[in-house]
Write a protein of this length. Structure first.
Length: 104
């Protein structure tokens, strides 16, 4: 079960975008990384590849390690660590370790 998921809002703890927050656009489980909208933007120099892809310098978000972001809790609006627990109906959910709210 993943601590961070698509459409979560996370706060960046390390790197050049430290202190900024954004929505998770993609989770890369194999590399333990996430791509966050507007965070860790790098310039890539692309070669032209045919008429539909003219090349040039494009900006795109580079993946950032899970360890370098903290989930922003929707209930208490603070960066938090994520816990897991089982509900009485058997569902496993994430919860905020600061305010104890369920996150799923
Ligand atoms: Zn909370």
């Amino acid at each position: 079960m993943q601590r961070v998921r698509r459409e979560d809002t996370v706060l960046v703890l390390k790197g050049k975008d430290r202190g900024r927050s954004g929505a998770v656009r993609k989770v890369i489980p194999g590399e333990a990384k996430v791509i966050v909208t507007g965070i860790n933007v790098v310039k890539r120099h692309m070669r032209p590849r045919g008429p539909q892809k003219p090349g040039g310098i494009i900006e795109r978000e580079a993946p950032i390690a899970w360890a370098n972001v903290a989930l922003l809790c929707q209930a208490c609006n603070k960066p938090t660590r994520v816990g897991f627990r089982m509900l009485s109906d058997g569902r496993k959910v994430r919860y905020c370790r600061k305010c104890d709210a369920n996150l799923d």
